[in-house]
Design a protein around this ligand. Structure first.
Ligand code: ZN
Length: 127
């Protein structure tokens, strides 16, 4: 291994270490957590409730014959702030599986950014 290779911006060791920590902490996850490890404790919403909406509408999900192409997860956390980590753990509890090639969870975003009071969020998946 050369220490002065060209890919200086991408710290492979740090990336592998983060992947290892994520694997250890979330052994049952059915998607790939692509949110950086040190952002898992970032608070997603000020408040103790939000709703995650996931649409099974990407190109590889089309025609799967599902009764509904949307799922909702109500997340309530009266005692602890709602962080990326808490949401991921809730999704795992519900056995959530995107079921397609778009299984790299990159962000958890507010769905309607113009509505200050909206508690509806969506999962941003990449492939
Ligand atoms: Zn897909």
């Amino acid at each position: 291994m050369s220490s002065n290779d060209e890919s200086e911006e991408f710290d492979e060791e740090k990336y592998e270490e983060e992947m290892r920590k994520i694997d250890e902490e979330f052994p049952n996850v059915k998607f790939t957590i692509a949110i950086p490890y040190d952002e898992l404790d970032d608070v997603v919403i000020d408040g103790n409730q939000l709703v995650i909406e996931h649409d099974y509408t990407c190109i590889c999900c089309d025609g799967r014959g599902l009764p509904s192409n949307k799922v909702f997860f109500n997340i309530n956390s009266p005692d602890k702030p709602i962080t990326n980590r808490l949401i991921i753990n809730e999704l795992i509890k519900h056995n959530f599986d995107p079921g397609c090639n778009h299984h790299f969870l990159e962000f958890i975003n507010k769905k309607n950014k113009n509505n200050v009071n909206s508690i509806l969020y969506e999962l941003a998946f990449g492939s």
